[in-house]
Write a protein that binds this ligand. Structure first.
Ligand SMILES: Nc1ncnc2c1ncn2[C@@H]1O[C@H](COP(=O)(O)OP(=O)(O)OP(=O)(O)O)[C@@H](O)[C@H]1O
Ligand SMILES: [Mg+2]
Length: 631
């Protein structure tokens, strides 16, 4: 990509989007594109809706959030349906401050940032276009120029409702600069930009003693008072507080509950009445969405204070819990790692999954139902099928607690542990065991963890470790069986010959000597036992296999190693059991023989080519599985 050319294109795109005209031209434009006069809340909602909605299992997924926020479909759906949508339709929730409440590093800031960046981009599209009185520091809505007495008629003709009063500054400009001629007031298209302080504001509390309300509502410009003669001349006032600048768009209120009350009251009147007080002026109308965030502890102590009752009723709280799905958590880690400077390091397969399992276990609550354990619950939540449970069970589990996901381990902690593992190990690859070890060590340094919680977390580390052992064995098994594909085929043919003889009560012929032999019961059982077929069930199983073979034959299909799932599993397991000895010897002996070494290298090559390992992680895996088998 030629970056200089792209920059020039970008500039000209922006140039093309610009529009400037008089108020009367703007009103003409509204005839064709009435939606540009929408409220800030409505614009936010349409931005989200326009990005697309997918429906999966009766649940809505808003694509707007898709690439950045994982596993939060349900809270986001609630947020859209219970806040953004009704607020866009001017229902009562619009008059309340939106407060996102959730645990640390649960994605609240990410959500707000996405909305801000989204608004910047949306204001550059046709559907999201915004127009304002030119030269107004608050980018005031041009329709405020229309006197109240005429608004009803305007609404009848244009279908647009006007809310809010013309600001003191523009009222004065109208008289002094335009002689009261509303039609001539200039209007321009604006583009939201946090950097340029257009339509997007951020307020974060600092030291309450030094923080000034001016940060929110602007301040008097003393240098110009002499020029204009009075403090109450709006031209002597700088409308440059965050509330002013965020007009028409949105404002983020960080750590709202840490803030001094006097700031909160301003917000309240703004959300409730749609206006706020600044300097010695009449109330200033503003149209903006206010989003604040906080954590649960802070919120609880806030509402437990009677003094805050009035505030409380004017806030709408939306929970943003942690993600509770293992596969989604993995995606979060992948995202965070790709953004970090450890992105180049090889991470062995399953590493992030195992870390995610530990994390999710810390977030889940023990099921109240007795027939299910935490690991199964974790799998169900992740959309896996768990034998004996279905969708109804999942729904039931989800309703057992209404505050699940509000505590547990946060994603940043895990990423920090992964980075520190990488830095300390000074190698180009890490695996699940490295990470589990590091997560465990980190618990000692984790400030906010009590002894009991730590105990529980250590238990989850063991659970995750056990899951990893299983996965590691399976992975090596698969790779081995592949190298032994020939052996698998032979073993199966052998088994089938015996089964056939058994069912037909006939004899087998030894391929070498031609001697007659009775079916090899020991061989058949050694395979069947691998998948738990009991002595009583063996006859039925063998007959089923024969039927399957003849069905295949009738259809002219070849019955092979892959044709029967359970049989395949049994054969693989049996082979692996036989191979155990080989693995044990080759991974533990210092001088494996040449034949064994050749096989080992095949397995390693397989792990690298097909399963995403590199040389060092594949060797580590084999050694580990070898040690597991030696136990
Ligand atoms: N569900 C999630 N999906 C995607 N990324 C997530 C999710 N939860 C957390 N993250 C990532 O974790 C990091 C921390 O999240 P963020 O800063 O948004 O959390 P927060 O809720 O604002 O936390 P705090 O209370 O500490 O301010 C971010 O990089 C964010 O992208
Ligand atoms: Mg944050």
């Amino acid at each position: 990509m030629d970056i200089l050319r792209r920059m020039a294109e970008y500039r000209s795109e922006e140039e093309n989007l610009k529009w400037e005209g008089t108020f009367s031209e703007y009103v003409e434009l509204l005839k064709e594109r009435p939606w540009v006069a929408q409220s800030a809340h409505s614009r936010v909602y349409n931005m989200i809706k326009d990005a697309g909605v997918e429906e999966k299992n009766g649940k809505k997924q808003y694509l707007f959030f898709k690439n950045q926020l994982f596993g939060l479909e349900e809270p986001l759906e609630k947020l859209v349906e219970e806040y953004f949508h009704p607020a866009a339709r001017r229902l009562d929730v619009k008059k309340r401050i939106l407060l996102l409440m959730g645990p640390v590093s649960g994605g609240k800031s990410t959500l707000v940032t996405m909305m801000k960046r989204g608004m910047e981009a949306y204001s550059r599209t046709d559907r999201g276009a915004v127009y304002a009185i030119k030269g107004c520091p608050m980018h005031e809505d041009p329709l405020h120029l229309i006197p109240h007495a005429l608004r009803e008629d305007f609404q009848k003709e244009y279908g647009i409702r006007i809310e809010g009063n013309l600001s003191p500054l523009n009222l004065m400009r109208l008289e002094k600069e335009f002689d009261g001629q509303i039609e001539n007031v200039p209007v321009e298209r604006i583009f939201f930009s946090e950097d340029k302080r257009v339509g997007i504001g951020t307020f974060s509390p600092s030291d309450p003693k030094s923080q000034d309300i001016a940060d929110l509502t602007g301040s008097l410009d003393f240098s110009t008072i002499a020029e204009y003669g009075s403090e109450s001349d709006p031209r002597a006032y700088r409308f440059d507080g965050e509330l002013n600048k965020a007009n028409r768009g949105m404002m983020e209120f960080q750590e709202m509950l840490k803030c001094d009350e006097k700031f909160l009251w301003h917000l309240l009147s703004l959300t409730q009445e749609g206006n706020f007080k600044a300097g010695r002026f009449a109330l200033i109308s503003a149209d903006e969405m206010i989003v604040a965030h906080t954590n649960e502890t802070e919120y609880r102590s806030f509402i437990s204070n009677r003094k805050n009752e009035a505030l409380h009723s004017r806030i709408i709280v939306m929970p943003i819990p942690y993600n509770l799905q293992v596969t989604q958590e993995e995606k979060i880690y992948e995202k965070l790692i790709s953004e970090s400077d450890v992105a180049g390091v090889h991470i062995a397969p399953h590493t992030l999954k195992i870390a995610a399992m530990f994390t999710i276990l810390t977030r889940l609550k023990e099921p109240k139902r007795k027939d299910i354990d935490l690991i199964k619950k974790m799998r169900l939540y992740d959309g896996e099928t768990v034998e004996g449970f279905n969708g109804a069970d999942l729904q039931e589990l989800k309703t057992e607690y209404d505050d699940e996901g509000m505590n547990g381990i946060d994603p940043r902690y895990v990423i920090n542990r992964i980075s520190s593992t990488i830095i300390r190990k000074e190698v180009s690859s890490i695996n699940a065991l490295d990470v589990l070890r590091s997560l465990k060590e980190g618990l000692d340094q984790h400030a906010s963890i009590t002894k009991d919680v730590k105990e529980a977390y250590l238990g989850y580390i063991s659970l995750a470790r056990r899951e990893f052992d299983d996965m590691a064995k399976k992975e090596v098994q698969k790779a081995f069986v592949y190298s032994y594909e020939e052996s698998a085929k032979t073993l199966m043919d052998n088994y089938l010959d015996n089964v056939e003889a058994y069912c037909h009560k006939s004899k087998l012929r030894d391929p070498l000597t031609g001697e007659e032999m009775t079916p090899d019961e020991k061989l058949m059982r050694s395979i069947e036992e691998q998948i738990g077929i009991s002595e009583n069930a063996k006859k039925a199983f063998r007959e089923e296999i024969l039927i399957r073979i003849s069905t295949y034959a009738r259809k002219g299909k070849r019955f092979d190693y892959q044709s029967h799932d359970r049989l395949r599993e049994a054969i693989q397991k049996k082979l692996f059991a036989d191979l155990k000895d080989v693995v044990k010897i080759t991974t533990s002996s210092k001088t494996p023989d040449e034949q064994q070494l050749k096989k080992m290298n095949e397995v390693i090559a397989r792990l690298i080519d097909e399963h995403g390992y590199n040389t060092s992680s594949a060797n580590e895996l084999l050694k580990y599985v070898g040690s597991l088998l030696n136990r």
